[in-house]
Design a protein around this ligand. Structure first.
Ligand code: 57M
Length: 354
């Protein structure tokens, strides 16, 4: 809104720049989440107190103590991102409305699951949740596919000349990326700060990828596809970064609030959608390597158990395995952040190694 008011209407040049608006979108959303956080947490505590806490029966011992930590804290991220985006982003940009739809629709789905878990101890059925995820992802994928500028070419990192035209198959591919990332972040969200840390590192990386993809000269120099208008997503992702840092302020160990599915599903959906728009879907698997590892550990655990009747890990997802081995929660989380930073550096290096 400020872009249209102060640059288009009052001709204040500063508000034209994506970098300027990005930094202030980050500061705005960070301050909003710090100011609004305590209030939202207190309201979530009241909601949860009435119904008693929610912790899965079969769970590592330390988690029983978390029984009264309120969930659905993802609302905090969504509110801060929404206000900052409406303030600092260009509202005539198609991609901004697509990522806002991804954020809000998956947050509502997740919030519905969280609310039902609080009220009835059981969330919505996995089948219903998965079906709604597929439907929402299909809407996003179809909207992107129908957009005039969209091209159905899949680009691979490291190989600048390898381009695979998926044609209509790009739609199920996009659905897979969005739903897969959404559920991978959800699985990862099992220790204080464990999901938000790698998410912020991925959000920061894609703020940069969006800037590069939307900058004709830089994209050409790096042999990357130029996606006109995608640079505006940098402002959105900086708003997301600020909101996520604000959430981490409260979710760091010992957490005062959990993000809930309202947070994890929406963060994953936004990361998947932005990776698709910037044509960096494969790079998302590198930056989000922790999410891939967590999901793989569950798949391997279930498959191994079905084949041998034994567990491959002490418990899956893999963060519980390390807990069971006696590693303290903050140490597990900090090491995951370190690995995520290294993965982001590798992912950013793919821009040059082509
Ligand atoms: C998402 N939810 C956390 C919190 C958070 C198929 C199977 C692998 C599914 C998986 C599962 O149900 N995952 C759901 C993980 C839960 O966190 C809540 O859920 C929201 C995210 N969706 O925002 O509201 C618990 O995680 C802890 N937590 C923190 N700090 C945080 O900042 O400490 C979360 C955020 C919270 C809190 O204790 O209650 C979760 O872990 O459920 N199932 C599992 O992950 C379970 N694994 C399992 O059953 N493994 C089996 C088979 C199926 C692979 C095996 O290893 O044989 C584990 N999770 C729990 N107990 N809680 C192990 C058992």
């Amino acid at each position: 809104m400020l872009y249209h008011l102060l640059y288009q209407f009052l001709d204040i040049n500063l508000f034209k720049y994506i970098t300027f608006r990005g930094f202030y979108a980050l500061i705005t959303s960070f301050l909003i989440s710090l100011v609004v956080g305590p209030y939202i947490i207190s309201r979530l505590k009241v909601l949860q107190k009435k119904e008693g806490g929610y912790v899965r029966e079969y769970t590592p011992d330390g988690h029983q103590l978390k029984k009264h930590t309120p969930t659905m804290g993802g609302i905090l991220i969504v509110v801060a991102v929404l206000v900052s985006t409406l303030l600092w982003c260009r509202l005539d940009n198609f991609y901004i409305w697509i990522v806002l739809f991804a954020l809000l629709s998956f947050a509502v789905l997740g919030g519905w699951d969280d609310y039902k878990k609080i009220k009835t101890k059981k969330g919505i059925s996995s089948k219903t949740k998965f079906t709604v995820q597929l439907f929402l992802a299909f809407i996003i994928a179809t909207a992107l596919f129908m957009y005039p500028d969209f091209n159905s070419t899949l680009y691979l990192p490291f190989f600048k000349n390898v381009q695979i035209d998926l044609g209509l198959l790009y739609i199920p591919f996009m659905v897979f990326i969005i739903v897969g990332t959404s559920n991978a972040v959800n699985l990862t969200d099992g220790l204080d700060g464990l999901a938000i840390g790698p998410s912020l590192i991925a959000v920061a990386s894609f703020a940069f990828f969006a800037y590069v993809a939307g900058h004709h000269k830089i994209a050409e120099y790096l042999h990357l596809p130029y996606i006109a208008g995608s640079g505006e997503l940098t402002v959105f992702m900086m708003a997301f970064l600020g909101a996520g840092l604000g959430f981490l302020w409260f979710n760091s160990f010992p957490a005062e609030v959990f993000m809930g599915d309202a947070g994890s599903l929406s963060i994953g959906a936004v990361l998947g959608t932005v990776a698709i728009i910037t044509k960096q879907e494969i790079v998302l698997a590198i930056v989000g390597g922790i999410f891939v590892l967590e999901t793989l550990s569950v798949i391997l655990q279930v498959a191994y158990f079905k084949m041998t009747g034994k567990r491959l890990f002490l418990m899956a997802p893999i963060h519980h395995h390390f807990e069971k081995k006696g590693i303290e929660e903050p140490k597990i989380v900090t090491r995951v952040w370190i690995i995520s930073i290294l993965l982001a550096i590798i992912a950013l290096s793919t821009l040059k190694i082509r």
